[in-house]
Ligand binder design. Structure first.
Ligand code: F6R
Length: 644
């Protein structure tokens, strides 16, 4: 391995985040946390721009290692902006990408070559002969030589000056799945099941995701002079913690960055949320023991010691790093326990819209007005059912006026087979009717079949096919809503424009998206709102749909309804809320949980993880049970949103 040297400019490190010794006890690699992916990406783009300019000024080329996936998209957009608006030139840049799916040609819509062209190469002045990606089409017997050649080319270019990385949920960097050795070189690898699952939406179903890829090895990556690994969103929080705080292991390739002298993790707050300094900050340094901090610490301690809250004793506090909590109050453990027990207890309610005619001072939702106008936003049609199917049912049963707003059509999730089935039904009906009146339907159905044939395996559907798929999903969504007791007119479909013009990992927020949501709020004047996506990967439909809501909420500044409206956040596909984060816990009986699953079954396109929603509700209930609360079959959980 060459000796990594410090790059000339360390703009990220100049961002003023000093690593305290206490923190270093936990974080074994430099980790910078930004409020969001946009500011983190801008900082990194600034560092890269400075590196390129500096090297160009002294007549040197810059060798950049690049990554694909959702994570670097905002970073590439910022590089393009710097090129367009601030004259950053890529003439003196050579690039090497981490990986390519095996079996995909360069012009395949999901090839990494195509991705890089769309996201960066076509928009800057990089010379095509300085762009390198592994070739996914080399015959099997030539793969070994191709990989060796890739390594030679990197060495010939002088080695990577800076390698950009994302991290998969398996902890992979590049496609170095668990088991990859620290000195592994560029090679063919079989993709992990989780990785293929995560790529399923891009390929319209997990069955279409390639099984293997060519990837730079861990050794190849570690030879770069500098490494920056980016991660966004709550779903990355667990693996980021393992890579940053866990032991160095080939089961988590990203943990090998701990061995590199110039590696930085660059994360947003959601991806950082499991780091000890945020999750258990009292273990890292002094904290202010306000009510949320006390709840966090006591719940954590009870979970760790596997004791109900009311059984914790003074020694437990002292021996588990929470001595400061007791010292900060004149209370003994016994009193703190009761206080926290009550707080958790008061989050539980079977009345998510408030219970009429009772004292509501200790209830999550107020009694009045009753009934309420409740808006539930579902970014993709399945999200609301996954995250709060049981609560939806309760809200309706308790007499509230519920409007279920499907923000995007979700048509990209619908398999070709569903559209083909529809077209074939029409064709058979036409055939059996023997009537000329069916002519236009017949030609429509034929055009569907032809369009799907013509696009090949993973091509992009023309608009009229997307429209049909959207309508198929609409039918399923209405069906699922009726399982939750909603009436036909309780559902509203917004078909937000960002989704209609996009593709997974490449969506872009537009002001029109927020305007669509603003109109719903203005029209319905809700007393309570349920939304999700606040902690999602920023390029996911969930995050963009949440942004549309947050901006719509800001647009409604001064509107009367905002003075008396709570906004509840739920989690659909993202990691569930932790017990200390929960402000409202809605319990479910075995029958209610079964009914929620029944609603989910109405969707043809759900994957294994989605269908596991009930298991997550059971886990929530088990956590509450272990804290000493009543034992329920399942719990759906919510957090209050505080508008910025
Ligand atoms: C991409 C790559 C992968 C991704 C990782 C995260 O070239 O090598 O390691 O960085 O799978 O993917 P996203 O960013 O889509 O979450």
């Amino acid at each position: 391995m060459s000796t990594p040297t410090t790059p000339p400019l360390q703009i990220l490190e100049a961002a003023g985040q000093k690593q305290t010794n206490q923190r270093e006890r936990f974080e074994k690699v430099r980790t910078l946390v930004h409020p969001d992916s946009a500011s983190a990406s801008a900082a990194l783009a600034g560092e890269v721009a400075a590196l390129i300019r500096e090297r160009s000024a002294s007549g040197k080329l810059t060798v950049l290692g690049l990554a694909t996936g959702s994570t670097p998209v905002p970073f590439y957009r910022e590089l393009i902006r710097l090129h367009r608006d601030e004259g950053l030139s890529f003439r003196d840049v050579i690039t090497f990408n981490l990986d390519e799916y095996y079996g995909l040609a360069r012009d395949h819509p999901e090839s990494y070559y195509r991705f890089m062209s769309d996201q960066l190469f076509d928009h800057v002045d990089l010379s095509p002969d300085r762009i390198h990606l592994p070739d996914g089409t080399v015959p099997m017997e030539a793969v070994y030589d191709h990989c060796r050649d890739y390594e030679h080319r990197i060495a010939e270019a002088g080695g990577l000056d800076l390698q950009i990385l994302g991290i998969g949920r398996t902890g992979h960097i590049g496609f170095n799945e668990p088991g990859s050795a620290i000195d592994s070189a560029t090679r063919m690898i079989t993709l992990d099941r989780v990785t293929r699952q995560d790529a399923a939406a891009d390929f319209m179903g997990v069955a279409n995701v390639p099984r293997s890829a060519i990837t730079m090895g861990v050794g190849t990556i570690l030879e770069a002079k500098r490494l920056v690994l980016m991660a966004w969103g709550a779903n990355k929080a667990g693996i980021v913690r393992e890579a940053v705080e866990g032991k160095v292991t080939d089961q988590v390739s990203a943990s090998f960055l701990q061995t590199h002298p110039n590696a930085t993790f660059l994360v947003d707050q959601a991806a950082a949320s499991y780091l000890t300094r945020f999750r258990f900050p009292w273990l890292v340094g002094p904290v202010e023991w306000d009510a949320p901090m006390k709840k966090r610490a006591v719940v954590w301690m009870a979970r760790k010691l596997e004791k109900p809250v009311l059984k914790l004793v003074d020694e437990d506090y002292n021996e588990n790093g929470a001595e400061g909590l007791l010292a900060s109050t004149s209370e003994a453990a016994y009193e703190v326990n009761i206080d926290i027990f009550n707080r958790v207890q008061h989050t539980i309610t079977g009345w998510p819209g408030g219970k009429p005619g009772v004292d509501d001072s200790r209830r999550p939702e107020r009694s009045q007005p009753f009934p309420k106008r409740v808006v539930v936003f579902s970014p993709e049609p399945t999200d609301a059912f996954i995250g709060m199917g049981g609560t939806l049912t309760r809200l309706r049963e308790q007499g509230h006026e519920v409007r279920l707003v499907f923000q995007t059509s979700g048509n990209l999730r619908v398999a070709d087979g569903a559209a083909l089935n529809f077209a074939r039904v029409v064709l058979e009906m036409a055939e059996s009717s023997h009537s000329p009146e069916w002519e236009s339907q017949t030609s429509y159905a034929r055009s569907i079949v032809e369009a799907i044939d013509a696009k090949g395996e993973f091509g992009i559907d023309p608009d009229f096919v997307r429209k049909l798929k959207a309508l198929i999903l609409r039918g399923e969504a209405r069906d699922a809503a009726s399982v939750c007791r909603l009436r036909y007119h309780d559902s509203q479909f917004l078909d937000l424009p960002f989704y209609e013009s996009g593709r997974y990992r490449r969506f872009r927020f537009e002001t029109a998206d927020a305007e669509g949501v603003r109109d719903v709020l203005a029209d319905f004047q809700p007393h309570s709102v349920f939304a999700t996506g606040d902690a999602s990967d920023p390029s996911s439909p969930q995050a963009i749909a949440f942004r549309a809501f947050a901006e719509a909420w800001a647009m409604a500044y001064g509107a009367g309804f905002r003075n008396d409206c709570k906004v509840w956040l739920y989690r659909g596909r993202d990691r569930p809320l932790e017990a200390h984060e929960i402000d409202m816990a809605v319990p479910m009986s075995p029958d209610q949980l079964e009914e929620k699953t029944e609603a989910l079954r109405r969707f043809m396109s759900l994957n294994e993880d989605d269908l596991n929603a009930a298991a997550r509700n059971r886990e929530n209930a088990a956590v509450y049970d272990s804290l000493g609360m009543a034992e329920y079959e399942g719990i759906e959980s919510f957090k209050l949103w505080k508008a910025p």
